[in-house]
Ligand binder design. Structure first.
Ligand code: GAR
Length: 198
């Protein structure tokens, strides 16, 4: 059994897709906690409704002191003894002090075909570049933002008339396919990259 912590900052739709899949047969992972850096994250109530314990570590009292914030994250996580952490729309950068001890045990979903468009506003940047194909990536987390070994990607077409919002919605559908599929394999020890067609 692999104990999985999920970190969120917002609505948590990717988190829900992970929790739903962990409840299905044959999954090596089990959720141990859903943690948010903000108490207003809509995903917290969804996790509770699915019977998963939640925790909040608000980053704001720490100001720019990332080490102190990460020490508080460590302390909040410790009782749940996670084997893996899944970042699912978690919008705080994590430093090497948090990521290095968890190398190979923390994964993230990012809404672009990495290595393209690390950081924010990925859909607008794909449109501005005139890309015909866009998508999402699940990767292992390292101290470098949106970097680390790629575990899976799913592509979507960019269609005439797309806006950042329409493109984001098309990508999100694929996020909800890709992330559970990658976690299921990863929790079972399979790190072979998974490439999904839309
Ligand atoms: C998702 O599109 C995820 O890929 C993105 O935030 C959204 C969260 O949605 N993550 C990032 O941009 C990470 N830098 P959700 O809360 O509904 O899962």
């Amino acid at each position: 059994m692999t104990r999985v912590a999920v970190f969120i900052s917002g609505g948590g739709s990717n988190m829900v897709s992970l929790l739903e899949d962990m409840a299905r047969p044959g999954h090596a992972g089990r959720p141990c906690v859903v943690l948010s850096n903000t108490a207003s994250a809509g995903g917290l109530a969804k996790a509770q409704a699915m019977g998963v314990t939640t925790a909040v570590v608000d980053h704001r009292p720490f100001g720019g002191d990332r080490a102190a914030f990460e020490a508080a994250l460590d302390a909040a996580l410790a009782p749940f003894e996670p084997d893996l952490i899944c970042l699912a729309g978690f919008m705080r950068k994590l430093t090497a002090g948090f990521t290095d001890p968890r190398a190979g045990r923390m994964i993230n979903i990012h809404p672009s075909l990495l290595p393209k468009y690390k950081g924010l506003h990925t859909h607008a940047r794909a449109l501005d570049a005139g890309d015909g194909v866009h998508g999402c990536t699940v990767h292992e987390v390292t101290a470098a933002l949106d970097d680390g070994p790629i575990l899976g990607q799913a592509q979507v077409p960019v269609l005439p008339g797309d806006t950042p919002d329409t493109l984001a919605a098309r990508v999100l559908v694929q996020e909800h396919r890709l992330y559970p599929a990658v976690l299921r394999r990863f929790a079972a020890g399979d790190r072979t990259p998974l490439f999904l067609e839309s």
